[in-house]
Ligand binder design. Sequence first.
Ligand code: PHB
Length: 398
Amino acid sequence: MTTSPSRRLVLTRSAALVGAASSSLLLPELAQAQSGKIRVGLILPYSGAFAPLGVAIENGVRMAINEQGGKLGGREIEWFKVDDESDPSKGIENANKLVQRDKVDVLIGTVHSGVQMGIQKVARDSGVLSLIPNAGVHAATRSLCAPNVFRTSFSNSQPTLALGQAMVARGHKKAVWITWKYAAGDEAFEGFKESYTKAGGTIVKELGLPFPNVEFQALLTEIAALKPDAVACFFAGPSAAKFMKDFAAAGLKGKIALYGSGFLTEGVLQAAGPAADGVITTLHYSDSLDTPRNKTFRLEFAKAFKMQPDVYAVQGYDTGLLLVQGANAVKGDLSKKPELYKAMEGAVIDSPRGKWTMSKSHNPVQDIYLRVAENGENKVIGVASKALADSGAGCRMG
Ligand code: PHB
C-alpha cells in the first residue's frame, strides 16, 4: 500500500510533535508541503531611485504567470515581497528575509547591481533558484556564476558593446563618458570603451557621480568646456529624465550629440519631453518593435496594469516565461533541480524583444537594437548587434 501525501503529512506532524528537539526543524517544511503552493519571493525596489522599475518588473512577472491561470506547473503560488530600496548595504539581509524567514522556492530580483551582489551570495550559499530580472552585474554570470542563478535581462556591458560603432559611424569620434559610479555604470563603460576605441573613437574624459545623486550641473559645465563631439552615458529611472532635461537646459542639446545605454530613455520619455528627442541609444528592446508578439504584449500589459510597458516590464515578463517553462518541465516540483535547470538552460524565450536563448553562463544571447527617441517613442533604426552574448569570463558551473 502506498501512503498518500496527506497521510504522510499527518505522520510527519505527529513525529514532529513528539520529538521536541526536532519539531523546530520539521515544522517550517511541513507548513510548506501542506499548503502545496510554490513560494515565490520578489526582492525589488519599491522605493528610492529605481522604484518604478521594480513595479514594472513585478507586473511583467505577474502577467506571464497570469497567462498560465496564475499557476506554475499546475501549482498555486504564494507571493512574498521585500522592498530592497536599491540599498546594497541591506542586500544580504533583505534576500535572507525571503530565503531564511519566508522559505521561498524561488527568488526573483533585483534591479541594482550592488544589491544583486548580496542576493548572489545568498543564492550561492542556499542553492535557492534565483532569477535576475534586471541587474547586469558581470560577476553574477561570470566569476560568481552558479547553476541555480539565471539572468533574463542583460549583462552591464552588453548594450554599450553595441554603442561605440554606431557613434563613430555618425562621425562622432571624440566623446565624454558620464555615469553613476557603481558597478552598473563602470561595467557599462567597459563595453563602451571597448566598442568605441575599436571603432576609432577617442574618449576624452570619464565623468561620474555617486548613485543616486542627480546634481549634474557642475559636470555639464565641464562637458561644455571640453567641447566633445558626443556624450555617452549610463543613467536609468526618473533620474535619467532629469539628466536629459538638465543637458538641454545647460544649452548642450543640438551642439553635442547625446548617446546612451538604452536605459536612458526607458519609461521616462513622457517625463523628459522634447529634451529626449534625437537621443540615440542601444538596447535589447524597443517599444516600437513592429512584431505581432510585441504589439500583443504591449496591448495586454497596458490593459492589465494601466501603464505602458518598458524594457523592465519585458524583462519581468521574460522572467515569468522562463519560470513557467522550468516549472512545467518538472510538473511544479522545483526540487527536481537537475531537470529544472536543464529545461531553463535549453529554453527559447519567445519575448516581446525577439526570441532569445540562454548562454552557458546563464545570460541572454540577444539582439541589441539601435534606437532614436522621437515624440515619446523609441524608434528602432537598426540592429546594432545580432545575437550578442556576454563573454561569461571566469564562469565555472558546479
Ligand atoms: C544595475 O544596477 O545593474 C542597473 C540598474 C538600472 C538599469 C540597468 C542596470 O536600468
